[in-house]
Design a binder for this molecule. Structure first.
Ligand SMILES: Nc1ncnc2c1ncn2[C@@H]1O[C@H](COP(=O)(O)OP(=O)(O)OP(=O)(O)O)[C@@H](O)[C@H]1O
Length: 282
């Protein structure tokens, strides 16, 4: 039997958001007296929005896993939970190391220049000044900002700011790197550098969780893909297979064949076998 070296385990994670709604249908679901009271007080209805349902995944070290799905399917919610930014309503996440999520784990200061932000961002992640000196030139090269390196970050375009954040987020060689649509704002040159840097992290026994709507990026970079729809895992497997089926699903939706698309998705979801997790302490 092959030994498994887990990097991240998502154990039956569900997430329900409470959302205020002014929709008449949502108001109708509130029991009579409460509804009258709320109306009298001018309070909107609070409805439950189930963003994730019993998601179970095991991601191994050195895996580069893509997450795909329609808008609102739950990808970012899952990434925020794995990054520890948000507690799930139920279930647990276990990770080999504190995950580094691009753009969140690194707080950069808009008034400071790119080079100052690189130093500050590295120090904020717990690196010593000497460690920062050692990686500084490499990070400048990854960010590839040219003379804008010395301009305040608030003068950067969104793609330039994304390069800077990417360089800083990967400085510590995180064991678990989460990228939510991180590369798409960059140009082709940055995407190539970014991909090379992520490959280095993966080689370094880290795993990368990568959310993208760009299938060429997913196909190019990921060895495994998880397709999420309506908060549930529909497929989890080989990149070519999952992307092919997802493309077919999206084509059906685009052509307006909603019922066929739904049953196509439901068949895949029913066939999906989540990994078995055994808790020895239970
Ligand atoms: N802060 C929030 N409060 C309430 N509901 C939320 C919140 N954030 C997300 N949701 C809901 O959770 C569901 C999943 O959203 P999420 O952002 O995780 O999807 P996504 O797959 O990342 O979408 P996209 O591809 O558009 O980025 C959606 O129904 C969304 O409305």
């Amino acid at each position: 039997m092959n030994s498994v070296e887990p990097a991240v385990v998502v154990d039956d994670v569900s997430m329900v958001y409470n959302v205020t709604s002014t929709g008449a249908e949502d108001e109708e679901q509130i029991p009579g007296v409460q509804r009258i009271m709320r109306r009298a007080l001018g309070r909107p209805a609070i409805v439950k929005n189930q963003a994730l349902t019993d998601v179970r995944l095991l991601i191994e070290q050195k895996e580069f896993v893509g997450f795909i799905g329609r808008n609102g399917s739950g990808k970012s919610t899952l990434m925020n939970i794995v990054a520890g930014q948000m507690n799930p309503t139920s279930g647990r996440v276990w990770a080999i190391d504190k995950p580094s999520k691009l753009g969140v784990s690194v707080s950069l200061v808009p008034a400071l220049s790119g080079d100052r932000n690189i130093r500050l961002g590295c120090l904020a992640q717990g690196m010593s000044p000497q460690q920062v000196d050692e990686v500084f030139d490499e990070l400048v090269e990854i960010a590839a900002l040219g003379k804008a390196l010395h301009w305040p970050m608030k003068a950067y375009s969104s793609g330039m700011a994304a390069r800077l954040r990417f360089a800083v987020a990967t400085a510590t060689n995180p064991h678990v790197l989460i990228l939510d649509e991180a590369l798409s704002t960059g140009d082709a040159q940055f995407q190539a550098r970014g991909q090379a840097r992520m490959e280095e992290i993966r080689e370094n026994a880290g795993c990368v969780m990568f959310v993208s709507h760009t299938m060429s990026e997913i196909k190019h970079m990921c060895s495994r893909v998880v397709w999420i729809d309506a908060g549930e895992v529909v497929m989890d497997g080989n990149t070519q297979d999952v992307v092919r089926e997802y493309d077919e699903y999206m084509s059906m939706l685009a052509a307006g064949n909603l019922l066929s698309a739904q049953s196509f998705r439901d068949e895949h979801r029913a066939a999906h076998r989540a990994v078995e997790l055994v808790d020895l302490n239970r």
